[in-house]
Design a binder for this molecule. Structure first.
Ligand SMILES: [Zn+2]
Length: 462
């Protein structure tokens, strides 16, 4: 398929800065075969002046937890993950997980995401459900042997990881695998070692939660007399490439111990919901590599990666509101000018990392470079053919003098015109949301998920 747009997003955002120009993107199967810059020759799909960009990469999520959207809001006083999610999750079957995963994937699909890094039980069922949708994915079947609902399934999930890693049909459809140890308090030293052995065999990165709760921090110190990060260091886990979600209870010195093979993932809205957002400004200053992701509808309720970017941009200025200078002003012992100086300092420190292009790069080329078997988030030969066409005439983004700023700061999802995932056009070009949500396939998927959810909630007495 040959797709032309006069405004195609070119460049990888690293050595080759992002820019916009006319190009024909040639897709073969799930991948981009070539990119021909300049005015078009022949094409199958003419997007005219619509902005053709890479689709977003959501680098930490649990699509199946879509089924619990809104349910956690009444119960955020304790540890919602352990108190509520675990009871629900203990009842789930592979078929339930696949049905809920589809609904979570539809939501992301309709907001411009083409690749998700998913971490959940029954990873194999999720992989197949997403490949059919289509949604590209790096599936990390969750392994845990000390606690949690998957405690008795870790061997099956590890076997599934190995099977998925060898599945060429899924690879052709843009679905691959990562190793998914759950966290430091739910995985034993013995199992972390197994994970490292499988890493050596498969060559795929780890995807784990790290120091996400006060309980995890305290358990690690009680059991091993060290912090979560130090324990992983002692086990040799920090020697291998990994994507770590949350990293909240990580000290300033430990932040320095992360290297180029590690990526920290903040999930700003989920963390706001829990009441403790990650300090991505400190991450940036420590030199850690980081990006943002959605986590799950159950802890967030929105699954817009673009909104996470907008929140990240706010970190360039928000610290002033919590600064000692503002504290002094509030207590009539310091001048307004000092508050403004604190604001300007904070803004200056993050300025170059929070430009619209820098933020988009986090969920385009950077997030798309984290797996050795898959390239995404960039319009370049060999990358997944995951593309979004944005209608810049839509009032949600018009007049889009700076299209990158519009994608970060405006409610740009409303302007999505066409979505292509793994080389397949999703729904009808120009009519994406309506064509998908009124399709027979979507109706069947939604009805199945609704039926399964009702049955599970009944069993939980809700
Ligand atoms: Zn998570």
């Amino acid at each position: 398929m040959r797709i032309f747009s006069r405004r195609t997003v070119l460049g990888d955002g690293e050595d080759d800065a992002l820019r916009i120009g006319p190009a024909t993107v040639v897709c073969e199967g799930s991948r981009i075969a070539s990119v021909e810059e300049g005015e078009p020759g022949e094409f199958d799909l003419d997007l005219g002046d619509k902005l053709l960009s890479p689709a977003f990469v959501d680098s930490h999520t649990h699509v199946a937890l879509h089924a619990l959207r809104g349910i956690g809001f009444a119960e955020t006083t304790g540890n919602v993950v352990e108190d509520l999610f675990y009871r629900f999750e203990e009842l789930l079957t592979a078929e339930d997980v696949a049905a809920f995963a589809r609904m979570g994937a539809y939501d992301r699909l309709l907001s411009g995401v083409g690749l998700v890094w998913d971490h959940y039980f029954y990873g194999e069922a999720i992989a197949r459900a997403l490949a059919d949708l289509p949604m590209c994915a790096v599936i990390a079947p969750t392994v845990q042997d000390l606690a949690g609902p998957g405690k008795h399934r870790w061997e099956e999930e590890l076997d599934a990881t190995i099977r998925l890693a060898a599945d060429e049909d899924l690879a052709d459809r843009g679905v691959t695998v990562a190793l998914g140890p759950h966290a430091t308090d739910t995985v034993s030293a013995h199992l972390w070692q197994r994970v490292l052995d499988e890493h050596d065999a498969l060559g795929v990165p780890l995807h784990a939660h790290l120091a996400q709760s006060v309980e995890e921090d305290e358990r690690c110190r009680e059991r091993h007399n060290v912090s979560c990060v130090r324990w992983l260091q002692d086990l040799g886990v920090l020697e291998v490439p990994a994507v770590y979600a949350h990293a909240l209870f990580v000290t300033a010195a430990e932040l320095e111990s992360f290297a180029d093979r590690h990526t920290l993932v903040a999930c700003p809205h989920a963390q706001l919901h829990f009441g403790f957002p990650a300090r991505i400004d400190l991450w940036q200053r420590s030199g850690a590599r980081w990006t943002v992701a959605t986590d799950a509808a159950a802890s967030n309720d929105s699954c817009s990666l673009r909104e996470e970017l907008r929140y990240a941009a706010g970190f360039a200025t928000a610290p002033a509101s919590f600064s000692p200078a503002y504290g002094a002003f509030l207590h009539e012992s310091g001048p307004a000018r000092s508050v403004w100086a604190a604001r300007t300092r904070a803004r200056h420190q993050l300025a170059e990392h929070t430009t619209p292009a820098a933020l988009l790069h986090k969920v385009w080329g950077f997030a798309g470079s984290l797996h050795p078997r898959i390239r995404a988030g960039v319009i370049a030969p060999g990358a997944l053919a995951n593309l979004v066409a944005w209608d810049l005439e839509d009032p949600a983004v018009w007049p889009a003098h700076d299209p990158f700023a519009a994608l970060v700061y405006a409610d740009a999802e409303r302007a999505i015109d066409t979505m292509i995932v793994a080389g397949q056009v999703v729904g009808t070009p120009g009519d994406l949301r309506r064509s998908v949500t009124t399709s027979d396939t979507f109706r069947e998927h939604r009805e199945e998920a609704a039926g399964r959810l009702a049955a599970l909630l009944k069993r939980l007495g809700r």
